[in-house]
Design a protein around this ligand. Sequence first.
Ligand SMILES: [Zn+2]
Length: 91
Amino acid sequence: MSETVYAWLIENGKDGEDIRYRGWAEGWPYWVKDPYKALWFVRREDAEAISAEDEDAWRIVEHGFEVEQPRCKNCGAAERDCTCCHGEAGW
Ligand SMILES: [Zn+2]
């Protein structure tokens, strides 16, 4: 089962066709083509704060991602729905 997770991404792109997203690797920011490898911000303010002095960060956009829900290894329920162990065991 998957669910949709929403995140704010910092975008860079000249004409909107070749967009890159702010990523982070080995202590440094970089631009990545795959939005799944980008930094996902829960709050827009945080995306704005981290790109405040960044001239290449040209817009901040909310994206929806389909992600797999973590599952309890005991009962197979989605993590948040598990009642068998309440997260104490299994995952
Ligand atoms: Zn469980």
